[in-house]
Write a protein that binds this ligand. Structure first.
Ligand code: 5GP
Ligand code: MN
Length: 339
């Protein structure tokens, strides 16, 4: 894989470009995809954004949202032909193709130049070029760097600034995580200079709850939160029935795991959610407890040291049993592992 510098000249001519990201895109995944999309169409490229799955309502305000193609049975042929027909495929905010299910093969077999812009650990070696830095707080931060490499600072419109800001703001936990460097604040200062509307982005993302979601959070906190004080671990277990009972939608469980991590003394928090065809797990930790390694070793997943996710193909009950059996070993096995 080559560094991004060699890629820059390729964009000097008009190209057919596909931008894609990880399943269940979050604000960084979608914000960096749409920020790049808006930037590249201004430069005259033909660009399509493809999301592997649906994403929550609180991201649908993003400029360019109406242009996103969501992969599904009905769009599968269109997605395939866009992939095959493209000169360049950008993979944003992820770097393991096996996360993309049906789209994995399309990307592998496309002759397009493949570019990764990402901040997750252990990238798979499938791309031709990469802008990859695990110290970056968000893919949005790397996208900002990428635009500067293309001498595009003055082409960052307020819409693009909002998209990039949304990713940086959410991936840093509203500028609270250790990834929040001075550089992050400098970039955000520049984004504000360029017209980012901080108030709007924060309201769209955090203050658009449905009453169902709020009631669900209350229910989950009182009925579905388990604490292992001796091991400093707290976890939620949410069944498909709970989901249905509160009429929840994609994204309604987003952020819930952070309540478990906010309990005094807790060093690792998990949410286990029963989905239609699998059980999804999200892990959060503080300090040197490496949940990405835990996710990778036990739940076919990965991510960052303090925020990772994984999957289980067992039933909800079996998954919970497996997780609970791992609890006593977590603190000794996953502390200060250099990953
Ligand atoms: P979340 O818990 O918010 O879904 O994900 C937290 C972090 O872990 C994100 O950076 C996400 O990209 C990563 N992540 C979530 N699920 C998976 C997975 O199944 N595989 C890998 N490699 N990373 C994941
Ligand atoms: Mn990210």
């Amino acid at each position: 894989m080559n560094s991004i510098d060699g890629f820059l000249p390729i964009l000097e001519e008009t190209k057919k470009i596909v931008i894609t990201t990880h399943p269940n895109p979050d604000a960084d995944a979608l914000g960096s995809s749409l920020g790049l999309y808006l930037f590249l169409i201004q430069r005259g490229h033909e660009v399509h954004v493809i999301s592997p799955t649906e994403y929550p309502d609180f991201l649908q305000w993003m400029p360019g949202n109406e242009k996103v193609i969501v992969m599904s049975e009905s769009t599968c042929d269109e997605v395939r032909s866009k992939m095959m027909d493209s000169d360049v495929i950008f993979c944003l905010d992820f770097s393991m193709l096996n996360r993309l299910k049906e789209m994995e093969e399309m990307i592998r077999s496309s002759n397009a130049v493949k570019v990764i812009i990402d901040h997750h650990r252990d990238p798979e070696d499938f791309a031709d070029y990469q802008l990859w830095d695990t110290n970056a707080a968000a893919t949005g931060e790397l996208l900002f760097d990428f635009i500067l490499l293309l001498n595009g600072r003055d082409e960052i419109t307020p819409d693009i600034a909002n998209c990039i800001y949304a990713g940086i703001m959410t991936d840093t936990g509203s500028f609270r995580h250790p990834s929040t460097t001075a550089k992050v604040h400098r970039i955000v200062a520049e984004l504000i200079d360029l017209g980012a509307d901080i108030d709007l982005v924060n309201r769209e993302i955090y203050d658009t709850n449905s009453i169902n979601r709020l009631r669900f959070i209350g229910f989950a906190l009182s009925q579905r939160l388990y604490i292992r004080e001796d091991q400093q671990i707290a976890y939620f277990v949410i069944s498909a029935e709970d989901f249905e009972r509160f009429g929840l939608k994609t994204g309604d469980t987003e952020g819930l795991v952070n309540y478990a991590l906010s309990i005094k003394g807790i060093v690792m928090a998990t949410i286990i959610i029963e989905k239609e065809d699998e059980v999804r797990l999200s892990f959060r930790s503080i300090g040197d407890y490496a949940v990405n390694l835990f996710a990778n070793q036990h739940f076919e997943g990965g991510g960052h040291k303090n925020a990772s996710g994984g999957v289980s193909n067992m039933s909800l009950n079996e998954t919970v049993e497996k997780f609970e059996s791992l609890i006593p070993h977590f603190k000794t096995k996953y502390l200060k592992v250099q990953v």
